[in-house]
Design a protein around this ligand. Sequence first.
Ligand code: UDX
Ligand code: UDX
Length: 475
Amino acid sequence: MQVKNICCIGAGYVGGPTMAVIANKCPHIEVNVVDVNRERIEKWNSDNLNELPVFEPGLSNLVKKCRGVNLNFSYSVGEKISNADMIFISVNTPTKKKGIGAGKASDLKWVEACAREVATYSKGHTIVVEKSTLPVRTAEVIKSILSEATISDLKNNATKTFDVLSNPEFLAEGTAINDLINPDRVLIGGDNGIAIDSLSEIYKNWVPNHKIITTNLWSSELAKLTANAFLAQRISSINSVSAICEATGADIREVSKAIGLDSRIGPKFLNAGPGFGGSCFKKDILNLVYLSDFFGLKEVSSFWESVVSLNNWQQHRISKLIVKKLFGTLTNKKIVVLGFAFKANTNDTRESPAINICKELLEEGAFLVIHDPKVSIKQINIDLNLKPLEISNRLESNTQTLEGKWSKAFDLEKSFIDADAVLILTEWDNYKHLDWKKISKLMRKPSWLFDTRSMIDPEEFSNTKINFWRVGDGT
Ligand code: UDX
Ligand code: UDX
């Protein structure tokens, strides 16, 4: 079956970039991205490409090239489903907040809602592709909803049939377009060879054959969870060693380099930091924890749960040590926070370590001046659940208390005036080349730089009066 019309439900960080790449590589396919969130769709359709809801290097060029040609963004969900012969489900699957499995299991209400919409609006034969990361055996839920539609449709003498495939996304934010164009592998899980071939044919337009691997449905679903769990586990492992380095006089950068040269370990994902963030790692590990508990595998669930505990501890330990270095109190002390996104080159703040760390510093009474090149003031407001002040300086405050308050740094240089500390939380390139000699003159003494991303060369500090701490540096 040759696919001519694709509908992707969910115009988020996964659906948007993935469909832009498919549209660009497959001009013979019409690609429609739909979303229930009208505001989001309007942003995707905005003439100003800086207003796209997702910031991702290279994305706006693809949207410019394909939008209105074979790539469309729309909120007419039913109409686009009914025209499609392949439907990708790319909706969010947050961790459940209440009920059975609360705090661990994924909430599948959106996936179920999508399956019901597909059941209602689709026509003829439709291939449904799970793109969202899902708990193992979710395809079964989708299949059973769809098979009800097949049965009731038959009663009306029509024929509505479905295949369900799992095709997890391995893109990382910030490098999504390159990850999609040059993937390490494309994984397709399913039990019908014809449906698998239909999806493979799409990828073959730009991905070499040997990189397209096929498995059964459950292996594909589990492989996605496992890949994220392994990556997250590496970060917790290296972060645990960063604390040992600080205690013993070793240096985490040297340790990472030394172990990464072992080809069995490899050099990637060994950067110690403030802990992992992003929408996937924590949620996917908690999914594994839930799954293991469900099958009575207590030791397995404890093992994976400890990866998340270590991550929480790393964030907490950073805010604690800042308090300690600043004489045990942050009341009315000004801290300039550099970076709020969970990593560089994205405007995404989901599970960003900056959220917990900033909240803890605010609770200690600090005044935070937060800078991020891409995260909006509105988003920081939502994440901290606290409205910003309009001033960034003690001198402007008059009688207003700055204790436990924050403001956004619009002019980075001015924000250093009178600051007690600078805290680097995201590794944006613009923080690499700051003039620390100049900044040192602007700050209140004793002043500190806390570098949680190993961005700054300690040599640059030899001529300044700023005290310097960086993660995993026991030297
Ligand atoms: C990702 C991945 O798809 C998933 O694998 C991962 O586990 C978490 O999130 P992402 O694209 O990053 O999704 O999520 P998000 O940016 O929140 O986008 C999801 C979109 O789906 C939202 O715009 C939301 O409005 C939309 N949606 C949700 C629908 O259109 N219909 C629904 O029923 C539910
Ligand atoms: C991740 C997976 O990499 C991707 O394959 C999957 O599809 C979605 O989840 P993402 O969350 O976008 O992607 O970013 P990633 O680059 O994996 O970083 C996750 C977190 O780990 C970030 O907070 C990052 O700063 C942190 N990290 C990463 C480290 O602290 N150290 C490292 O060495 C690497």
